[in-house]
Design a protein around this ligand. Structure first.
Ligand code: FAD
Length: 473
């Protein structure tokens, strides 16, 4: 084992065996590889008028559409999606729907200590309202509030994990731990039943789109918004085959280029990758102690996440957080053999009992990393345009909150949400290329070194922390 670590960058298994495990895997994200995927809605053909135009048909845009109609059923809302509803991050994520709006408590304390009690209360309200919406509209997104087991795989992670236990959490070792996750790499675990639910992300996106449509939202797929201009008191969004004239616009374009010049400096596309196993039998699941429905994650800075699907597959993703030189979102970057090999290596290291199983899907996708690892929201063009971005791998639940903030801001309302710093201030920008690549490589190396050195911050991470800059997925 390299440096005695549970997970390292060097392979521990025969590369040929690893390759065989995922060689036949489909490059389509498992969640989107579903005959229930709806047919695309027609593209915009001709000009349209609206009270609100939304750009982006991922979770953020879809929640904005749905909530806009709930707030004012008379409002005319048009949503433009460049490709397909939920095809990007929203249809290819791990489906961990966390209540946290701050990428965990530690990061929240680091950046928003004074606001944290308010943020945490708003986060809980958001999480509850999320679940209630699914019930209200009959959206079957396979919501499961089954909690998460966080494991310590290194000696230095055990005590911090024990100290992190909140009311209702279970700190587990030995046999008690093996009843939730039986791995030679697990030293201790913290089972937290609250604060995270699981969803089928694509079904969530499709269900939100359907619910929004039932409320009267007009959705156009395969309709990239090409340009945004102001006109009188409103905005014009130009597309290939028509222009939308609207009073207000909400931009929910995540890691893709913003229609607002300069906004691209506040996020950087970081790629996260996932493997999905074939369906496992009850005997196989019992052999790894994972008969419950909880998800799992580990405590390293470079961390994995895993969860089950409805048909008892295991999704295993994370660890590598890859920046591709050029700062672009490109389809070709959704596949990265070196990361799939590493993920398979770590999977079989975690659960050697499952030697010989196959992966049926392998994919990746872009997250929009911002330096505080937390989304930011704001307005431009005299309050006519709102944006919400920078979710950094924590957008499944938090995008609903971002949608509420955008609607508050566009209505000119002063609310608890709009008073938060994340709604008033932009994060520290990330320098453009040619500086982005070497900077991010430096940060990645520092993060890996910290994991090797017992979790201690390197001087670079300490310096970055002073400026409120982090690197994560
Ligand atoms: C592999 C992976 C795993 C993840 N796991 C988790 C997880 O377990 N939990 C969690 O909370 N988060 C996770 N995330 C992050 C989460 O998926 C995102 O934060 C969230 O989906 C962001 O939603 P969004 O609507 O902002 O972005 P997206 O889903 O990316 O949607 C943006 C949409 O805007 C459209 N668009 C962009 N520009 C234009 C334009 N000019 N005109 C028209 N349309 C445009 C795009 O086509 C796209 O559909 C993960 C992400 C990835 C990639």
């Amino acid at each position: 084992m390299s440096h005695g670590q549970a997970y390292g960058h060097e392979l521990r298994h025969d590369p040929a065996v690893l390759h065989a495990s995922y060689a036949d895997a489909s490059p389509t994200p498992f969640w989107l590889d579903d005959p229930a995927r709806p047919e695309p809605r027609p593209a915009l053909a001709g000009d349209a008028t609206a009270d609100l135009v939304i750009v982006g048909g991922g979770f953020c845009g879809l929640w904005t559409a749905l909530l806009a109609k709930e707030r004012d059923p008379q409002r005319r809302v048009v949503l433009l999606e460049g490709r397909r509803i939920g095809w990007a991050a929203s249809g290819r994520n791990g489906g961990f729907c966390e209540a946290s709006l701050t990428h965990g408590e530690e990061n929240g304390r680091l950046h928003f200590a004074d606001e944290l009690p308010t943020i945490d209360r708003l986060a809980e309200e958001n999480h509850r309202a999320f679940a209630e919406t699914l019930v209200r509209y009959g959206i079957d997104a396979e919501w499961e509030a089954t909690g998460v087991l966080t494991v310590a795989t290194e000696p230095h992670q055990v005590e911090p994990l024990r100290r992190a236990a909140k009311d209702g959490d279970l700190f587990l070792t030995g046999k008690a731990l093996r009843a939730y996750g039986d791995s030679p790499l697990f030293r201790a675990g913290l089972l937290s039943p609250a604060g995270c639910a699981f969803v089928h992300p694509a079904k969530l996106a499709w269900g939100l789109a359907d619910a929004a449509e039932r409320l009267g939202v007009e959705i156009h797929e395969n309709t990239p918004a090409l340009r945004l201009r102001t006109s009188g008191d409103g905005v014009l969004i130009e597309t290939r085959r028509g222009t939308v004239h609207a009073e207000r616009a909400a931009l929910a374009t995540n890691a893709f280029p913003s229609l607002l010049p300069g906004m691209g400096l506040f996020t950087v596309p970081i790629y996260d990758y996932v493997l999905m196993t074939e369906p496992l039998t009850q005997e196989q699941l019992a052999s790894i102690g994972w008969t419950g429905r909880h998800g799992m994650t580990d405590s390293s800075r470079e961390f994995h996440y895993s969860r089950k699907t409805a048909d008892d597959r295991i999704l295993f993703g994370g660890y590598d957080a890859i920046y591709h030189r050029g700062r672009k979102v490109r389809d070709a970057q959704d596949q990265r053999p070196a990361t799939f090999e590493r993920l398979a290596d770590h999977f079989f290291g975690t659960f050697p009992q499952l030697d010989g199983i196959r992966f049926t899907h392998r994919w990746g996708g872009a997250i929009d990393m911002s330096t505080q690892l937390v989304a930011f929201h704001g307005t431009a063009r005299g309050g006519r345009v709102a944006y919400s971005a920078g979710y950094t791998g924590l957008g499944v639940g938090a995008t609903r909150f971002g949608a509420e903030v955008m609607l508050d801001l566009l209505a000119g309302e002063d609310t608890e949400r709009t008073r938060l710093r994340m709604s008033r201030r932009l994060p520290i920008p990330i320098p453009p290329e040619p500086f982005t690549y070497p900077l991010i490589q430096l940060m990645r190396r520092a993060v890996a070194k910290s994991d090797r050195d017992g979790g201690r911050d390197t001087p670079l991470l300490r310096l970055a922390g002073l400026f409120g800059v982090g690197f994560d997925s």
